[in-house]
Design a binder for this molecule. Structure first.
Ligand code: C5P
Length: 224
C-alpha cells in the first residue's frame, strides 16, 4: 500500500475543481495534479504535429514521449517541448481536443503512469474526471464536485475573460453541455462519482467555503 495520502477532486468542468484543488494543495503543502491539463496538452500537441486524434497509434507514441512540465504550484503554467502552452490549452480548441483524446482508451493508458508519478510525499491533490475511480482508487478522501450547468458556464466565462481570452457565454454553455455529455457517456473512465466519494454541490457556495469543507473532511479522516 502506498502511504502517501491522496485527495481526489473529480467533477464536470467549471465546478471549481481546479481552483479548489490548488487551494487545498497549497494549504496542505501537497503536490497538485491537474490531470485535465495533461489531456489538454496531449490534444494541443497532436494538433501542432498534425496528428489526427483518431489515429490511436500515433497518439499513444506522442503521449508517451510528451515533454511536459508544470510551473510552480497553483500558477497553472504548462510548458510543452520548451514552449509555454498555458493559454493554448485553455482555448475552446484545447477543451475540445482534450475531450476527444480523453475518449481514446489507449491515450488514457499512456497517461496513466505519468499521473501516478505525481504521488509524492507529503501528499497529493489530484483533480480530473477519474482520479477517485481509476487513477487513485485508494485515495484517503474522494470528492465529487458539481454545480449547475449555467453556474459553471458563468464561472468559465469569467475565468477566460480574466485571463484575457476571448469568450462568449451562450457558446460556452453549449460547449460545456456537449463536453459533459461526451465525458459522461464514454465507456472508458466516464465522469461519475466513486462509490466512496463525498458529493459536494458548489452552486451556492464560495470557493473558500468548499476549500474549508474539504480540509475539515481531510483532517477528520486523518485525525490531524
Ligand atoms: O478538467 P478539464 O476541463 O481541464 O479537462 C478537459 C477535458 O479533459 C475534459 O472535458 C475531459 O474530456 C478530459 N479529462 C479526462 N480525464 C481527466 C481529466 C480531463 O478525460 N482525468
Amino acid at each position: 500500500m502506498n502511504p502517501v495520502p491522496v485527495i481526489t477532486i473529480d467533477g464536470p468542468s467549471g465546478s471549481g475543481k481546479g481552483t479548489i484543488a490548488g487551494q487545498v494543495a497549497e494549504r496542505l503543502g501537497f503536490t497538485l495534479l491537474d490531470s485535465g491539463a495533461l489531456y489538454r496538452t496531449l490534444g494541443i500537441a497532436s494538433h501542432k504535429q498534425g496528428i489526427d486524434t483518431a489515429d490511436e497509434q500515433q497518439l499513444v507514441c506522442l503521449a508517451r514521449s510528451l515533454d511536459i512540465s508544470f510551473g510552480k504550484r497553483g500558477l497553472g503554467t504548462v510548458i510543452l517541448n520548451g514552449e509555454d502552452v498555458s493559454k493554448d490549452i485553455r482555448t475552446k480548441l484545447g477543451s475540445h481536443l482534450a475531450s476527444l483524446v480523453g475518449a481514446i482508451p489507449a491515450a488514457r493508458d499512456a497517461l496513466f503512469e505519468r499521473q501516478l508519478q505525481f504521488r509524492q510525499a507529503p501528499g497529493l491533490v489530484a483533480d480530473g474526471r477519474d482520479m477517485g475511480t481509476v487513477v487513485f482508487p485508494d485515495a484517503k478522501l474522494k470528492i465529487f464536485l458539481t454545480a449547475s450547468v449555467s453556474e459553471r458556464a458563468q464561472r468559465r466565462y469569467k475565468q477566460l475573460i480574466d485571463k484575457g481570452i476571448d469568450a462568449n457565454l451562450p457558446d460556452l454553455l453549449a460547449e460545456l453541455k456537449e463536453r459533459d455529455r461526451r465525458d459522461i457517456e464514454r465507456p472508458i473512465s466516464p465522469l461519475k462519482p466513486a462509490k466512496d466519494a463525498l458529493i459536494l454541490d458548489s452552486t451556492e457556495l464560495t470557493i473558500d467555503q468548499v476549500t474549508e469543507q474539504i480540509l475539515s473532511e481531510f483532517s477528520a479522516k486523518t485525525g490531524t
